[in-house]
Every structure is written in structure tokens, then in C-alpha cells.
Write a protein that binds this ligand. Sequence first.
Ligand code: ADP
Ligand code: MG
Length: 253
Amino acid sequence: MTRDLLVVDRVIKRFGGLKAVGGDDGLSFTVPEGTFLGLIGPNGAGKSTTFNLISGVLKPDEGKVLLDGVDLAKARASEIAALGLGRTFQTPRAFPSLSVLDNVIVGADSAGERVGMAFSGRWRDSEGALRDKAAAVLARVGLSERINDHVGSLSGGELRMLEVARQLVRDPKILLLDEPTAGVDPSLQSKLSNILVDLHAEGRTLIVVEHNLHFLLRIADRVVVLQNGQLLSQGTPAEIKADEKVITAYLGA
Ligand code: ADP
Ligand code: MG
């Protein structure tokens, strides 16, 4: 049996008077290692908040999140980084004045000590291997021809691919992507879809939030559906597509 890499156990998260995640009993679900989980639900369902809880950015008010057996609310940032979790944000984050390559190199460094070197253009000789690795992940996401360009000149879709590259350079065991297809044109979307399928085949655990159900239901192997911060349904893509509760939630009936 595959072990659970992620355990979300009766989690509740409030913002002021609003219970963004958890409903009455708290949100619970588990993610076995190697799963490609799709996390879906209407706007405001609590998907991004759940991401923040399972990456340790937010702490639950009640319940706990265990990643590889480690309680994220009690772990230090460096311990969380050592667990091999990578994530992208709903709004891409990058240094616009740096080159595409330098952004990936800076992304490899969770302590932030390479940021100064990037801005001064003075890299240590020992950064050579990292440059090669950064160039390799940029090739993987289709940005080879852009490596020397400033990030400010990238399209929205290219920026998303850069975000993925910034995470891949750290070789994450578990990768969380928040709406990776938003603002991405169809040809880049199919490239992204292929990359995710490959990362899954490599044995990595993926959790992807998407509005684009067509994109996600073709490639995920499990789906969790949230509504009002609660678990509405979970199962395989086929089960989810046939679930009346999910259909009703999406039709807004
Ligand atoms: P989703 O990503 O599914 O669209 P979110 O997790 O972003 O949903 O938000 C869930 C609910 O929590 C929404 O009602 C949203 O307005 C609210 N919310 C999210 N973040 C905050 C915050 N930092 N402060 C207050 N309310 C928030
Ligand atoms: Mg969101």
C-alpha cells in the first residue's frame, strides 16, 4: 500500500468571522505519495487557502496538516523546505528586472543568498552547475530561447512556465500549482499538460488547483472537490464527472 504523503486532518481556517476552510467538522483528506490530485471547486470555495495551509504559509485554527509525518504548524520554514515541497502562486512571482535564467537560479535558493549575486551580476564560480541545471529545466518548460531575456518581456503564459521552472530546479517531491493554466494560451497549455503528466510519471506527487476542468480531469488521477470550504466530493475523474452534487455545484443550481 502506498503511504500518505499528505494528511489534512479536520482542518479549520477562519478569516475574521468567515470560515474559509473547514465548515462544521473541519476539512479532511489524504494524498498518497505519487498521486496527481486535482483540487477543484467554485470561486471562493477555499482552494487557495487550502494550498496555503498545506504549504505551511497559513496555520490552521483547528486540526492539523501532516506532510511526510511532519506537523506543518510546528515545523520551521527550513524544515518545510527540506520536505521537498514546491509551489506556485495564483499570481506569478518573479524578479522582473532579472533575466529568465537568473530568476530560476535565484529560485533554487530558499535562503535567498543568491539574490544579491543576481542583482550585482557577480556569480560565484560554483554556480556553474546550478546554471546548467537551470538551463535544463528552462528547456523542459520550453523557454530555452528566452533565457537571456528580462522577465518583464515574457507573456503571461511564459511567466507561468517560468514559475514551474523555478520550482523544478529544486527537484520537489511534491509540487503544488495554483491555477497554472490561467492566462496561458492553448498551445502552452498542452505543453504544460505534457510536463505535468511526465512529472507524475517520475513519481512526484502533484496537487493542482484549476478552473479549467477539461484540462485537469484528463490528467489527474484523483480529484477533491471543495464547496464553501468543505469537501463536496472526491474520487477519480470519471466518478467526479458523474457526481450529481458536483454537476449541481458547477451549474450553480
Ligand atoms: P478559492 O481559491 O477557492 O477561490 P480562497 O481560498 O481564495 O478561494 O478563498 C476562500 C474564502 O476566503 C473566500 O471567501 C475569500 O474571500 C476568503 N479569503 C481568502 N483569503 C482571505 C484573507 N487573507 N482574508 C480574508 N478573507 C480571505
Ligand atoms: Mg484561488
